[in-house]
Ligand binder design. Sequence first.
Ligand code: PEP
Ligand code: MN
Length: 335
Amino acid sequence: MIAVIKQGASEKQVASLMSWFQSRGLKTHLSEGEFQTIIGLIGDTSRIDVDLLQGLEIVESVKRISEPFKSANRKFHPKDTVVDAGGIKIGGGNFQVIAGPCSIESSEQILNIAQNVKESGAALLRGGAFKPRTSPYAFQGLRAEGIELLLEAKAKTGMPIVTEIMNAVHLPLFEHVDVIQVGARNMQNFELLKELGQVKKPILLKRGYANTLQELLMSAEYIMAEGNSDVILCERGIRTFETYTRNTLDLSAVPVLRELSHLPVIIDPSHAIGVSRFIKPMALAAVASGADGLLIEVHNDPQNAACDGAQSLTPDQFAELCVKIKKVREAVAES
Ligand code: PEP
Ligand code: MN
């Protein structure tokens, strides 16, 4: 439920209404916009007398929120959320590129890629240390050592870092990680999501390949319900009957999620398409669709990459893509 507050209501009146809701066991969320102040209510609102509320001097209107996601709902928070990712802003008009290898392989590899992608315009460095692989015999990542190497690259380049968590017991290793990624396979690992709700770091939440947009928002809600509102949503392709590409990039996720939610939305064309030569057109389409950022896999030697070489851009291809991204952003801004 949301209560829209009349313009001119004093801070004291708003505060007293908030404590009235809280005394009835409801969680409140205050959203103060330029033109409208909204109090969002979470919990069992069935016992609230809507007529009584509507009759209060400072209340303009009261609306029930039909969607099951509340904190992630744009009706609760009309303004775009801007997430601070290690000093880099994402969302609300701040567009960022996250780039790096699928997995961290060595100190030279991650540093070389980090320096290259930084020079081309990537704001954040990615790299997997804990890798969710379909086969238990495939490379599983360098784990704790991988995070160490990523931290080294962060120290040398100054780039904030993004890496995936698969188990909450590993959280102490993530102390100096700027953004924690939840991969597609863990989007509905609700116990992990609850733990990440307690963490004071942004969470990059990837859509599961067989999950609806509403399910993605419900997973964001799990994190937010625990107190962490810094969630970045990421579309990374869904499974369809098409086999020519690794997955099918659902670009409609961008306008739909931006309408339903205030959280930033980024696109990962690398995992969606899985074929390096198709990444550029789809990355540019994602920019044109209004995404708040891109996640791109880049490798200095794709042919010999430990993981996802087929979809990785070389540093030169990435540099070329960044030039085009800038042009598309300019064209979209003018239109
Ligand atoms: C990744 O980002 O390397 C990854 C494993 O992604 P996803 O969870 O989208 O498959
Ligand atoms: Mn990958």
